[in-house]
Design a binder for this molecule. Structure first.
Ligand code: SAM
Length: 466
C-alpha cells in the first residue's frame, strides 16, 4: 500500500480546507495516477492528510491484476464502513482498475461507497466529488474518456525521481490479463506533451524519470505521424537537469533492435531492462497469447547482452497458468538459469473475470502453484545473488536519493542497474548528486559501499540536508 506524502498543513488563519486521504494499491501507473488526483484536488483546495480519521474524502486507487489485490480493497472498505457510519458526510471513493472491472460488486459489497470512477475519469475528479457533496449517490464514471495529460501533482518529499505515463491502455490480448478491460485501448501521449512535463519536473529538481506504459516499447505507433520509444528517449535525453531515464514495461513481442541500440547509445538511458517472460514453455506461451516462443525470447536476450554488455535484466513470471505441467514449469526454470536475471517478480496465476484463461478447463490446484512459486523464488534468488556478486569491488555512479533506512548516518542511492547502495557520505551534502561509490559488500537486498572520490562540482539538491 502506498500512501502519498503529506504536504505541509495550511496556515492556521486560513478557513478550514477539506482533507483528502489517498490509499494507493498496485503498479507505478497507479502511483502516478494518485499523484495526479492529489494535484487536481489540491487545486480545488483540498489538502492531503495522513490519517483516514481526519479526512473529508477518502479515495482508494485500486488494482485488479490479481484477486488478492481486490481482497485487500474489500477488506479496507469494510474497515472504512465504521468511519462512514460515525460521519455520514465523509465521502468514500473507489478509483482505478477495480472500479472499472468490479463496479457492480463494489456497489453490492460496499454500499457505503459514494463514488466509483476509472482512470479515464481522473481529470474530472473535482467535479465528481462535488456531485457527491451536492447529495448525488452513488456517482459512477467508468466509461472511456478522451486522452488527457494531467500534470498536476502535489508537493512531494521526493522531487528527485518521477514517473511519467507516456501511454495509456493496452492492446495486447494476453489471456490471463485484465488490463485491456480496465485501462482501455492503447493510446500514446504526444512527444511534445511528455517533453513539456519532464522539463517542468527537471525545473523542480527531478533527476530521474521512469517512462511508463503497459507496453511502453509500443509507444508512438498510434500517433500521427507515428514515432517510437527510441525517438522519445532521445528527446528526453536532451532535457537539461535529467540525469537518468528508465522505462517500463517492455513486451518481448515489440522489442526492436533499434530500441536495444538506444539503450546503448542514448547516454542518460540506464542499462536496465524489465522484460516479462511469463513462462519459458512454448505451449504455455501460446495459450497465454504472448506472441513469442522461448527461442525468440532467448534470441532477444542474446542480442541485448551482445549490444549492452552491462545490462541488468528483470522479469515477471506467472506460475500455475492453466494447463502448466511440471515439464512446462521446468522450461521456465531453465530460462531463468540461462538468462541470469538480476531480479524476478514471480506471481501465482490468479483467475480474472472476463479473461479467456479464467475459462480454461485445466486450472492448476493452489498447492501446486504454491510449490512452484517457492521453487522458482529459490532459483531466482540464487541467480540474482550471482549477478549481484559481479558488482563487488567495482566503482559505480550512484544517484543519492535519501538516507539509509538502517543507519540514519548513512546516505542511500541507486546504481544505474537499479541496486540500492548505502554508504557514509562523510558529512557531505550529496542528495541529488551522482557520485562514484566503490562497492564493498553485496547483501541480499542492497549493496554497501564507500565514496570513491567526489567531483569538485557535485551538485547538491536545493534544500538538501543530507
Ligand atoms: N503489461 C505488462 C506485460 O504484459 O508484460 C505487465 C502488466 S501487469 C501490471 C504486471 C504483471 O502481473 C504481469 O507481467 C504478469 O506477470 C502479472 N499478471 C498479470 N495478470 C496476472 C494474473 N491473472 N495472475 C497472475 N499474475 C498476473
Amino acid at each position: 500500500m502506498i500512501k502519498l506524502i503529506q504536504t505541509p498543513s495550511a496556515a492556521s488563519e486560513r478557513p478550514r480546507t477539506s482533507k483528502v486521504h489517498l490509499i494507493t494499491y498496485g503498479c507505478q501507473m497507479n502511483e502516478y495516477d494518485s499523484q495526479r488526483v492529489a494535484g487536481l484536488l489540491q487545486q480545488q483546495d483540498y489538502e492531503l492528510c495522513e490519517r483516514p480519521e481526519d479526512a473529508d474524502l477518502i479515495l482508494l486507487n485500486t488494482c485488479a491484476i490479481r484477486e488478492k489485490a481486490e481482497d485487500k480493497v474489500f477488506s479496507q472498505l469494510g474497515a472504512l464502513k465504521r468511519l462512514k457510519k460515525a460521519r455520514p458526510d465523509l465521502v468514500i471513493g473507489v478509483m482505478g482498475c477495480m472500479a472499472q472491472l468490479q463496479q457492480g460488486r463494489i456497489q453490492e459489497r460496499a454500499p457505503h461507497v459514494d463514488l466509483v470512477f476509472g482512470s479515464p475519469a481522473i481529470s474530472r475528479v473535482g467535479e465528481l466529488v462535488a456531485r457527491v457533496r451536492r447529495g448525488e449517490r452513488a456517482v459512477l464514471d467508468t466509461g472511456e474518456g478522451a486522452l488527457v495529460k494531467i500534470v498536476a501533482k502535489p508537493e512531494s518529499a521526493n522531487r528527485l525521481k518521477a514517473f511519467v505515463t507516456v501511454m495509456e491502455g493496452c492492446e495486447k490480448r494476453c489471456t490471463f490479463c485484465v488490463v485491456p478491460v480496465t485501462r482501455g485501448r492503447e493510446r500514446s501521449h504526444a512527444p511534445g506533451v511528455i517533453v513539456d512535463e519532464i522539463r517542468g519536473l527537471a525545473a523542480a529538481g527531478c533527476k530521474e524519470v521512469t517512462l511508463l506504459g503497459q507496453t511502453v516499447n509500443a509507444y508512438g505507433r498510434d500517433l500521427e505521424p507515428a514515432t517510437d520509444l527510441a525517438a522519445l528517449l532521445e528527446l528526453v535525453d536532451a532535457i537539461d537537469g535529467i540525469e537518468r531515464i528508465r522505462f517500463t514495461t517492455s513486451n518481448p513481442y515489440n522489442l526492436t533492435s533499434r530500441l536495444i541500440r538506444a539503450i546503448r547509445d542514448v547516454p542518460k538511458v540506464v542499462e536496465y531492462l524489465h522484460l516479462p517472460l511469463q513462462s519459458g514453455s512454448d505451449r504455455v506461451l501460446e495459450r497465454m497469447h504472448r506472441g513469442y516462443t522461448q527461442a525468440r525470447y532467448l534470441e532477444l536476450i542474446d542480442e541485448i547482452k551482445a549490444t549492452v554488455p552491462e545490462i541488468a535484466l528483470s522479469t515477471d513470471i506467472i506460475v500455475g497458468f492453466p494447463g502448466e505441467t511440471d515439464e512446462d514449469f521446468a522450461a521456465t526454470v531453465d530460462v531463468v538459469e540461462r538468462v541470469g536475471y538480476d531480479n524476478a517478480f514471480v506471481f501465482r496465476y490468479s483467475r480474472r473475470p472476463g479473461t479467456p484463461a479464467a475459462e480454461m478447463p485445466d486450472q492448476v490446484p493452489d498447492e501446486v502453484k504454491a510449490r512452484r512459486n517457492a521453487e522458482l523464488l529459490a532459483v531466482t534468488g540464487r541467480v540474482a545473488a550471482v549477478r549481484s556478486g559481479r558488482l563487488a569491488g567495482r566503482v559505480l555512479p550512484v544517484l543519492v536519493d535519501g538516507v539509509s533506512r538502517k543507519d540514519l548516518r548513512e546516505v542511500s542511492g541507486r546504481t544505474r542497474c537499479n541496486r540500492v547502495v548505502n554508504f557514509d557520505a562523510g558529512g557531505r551534502r550529496l542528495l541529488g548528486s551522482v557520485v562514484p561509490v566503490r562497492i564493498a559488500e553485496v547483501l541480499p537486498h542492497s549493496l554497501r559501499g564507500a565514496l570513491a572520490e567526489v567531483d569538485a562540482d557535485a551538485r547538491p539538491f536545493a534544500g538538501a540536508s543530507v
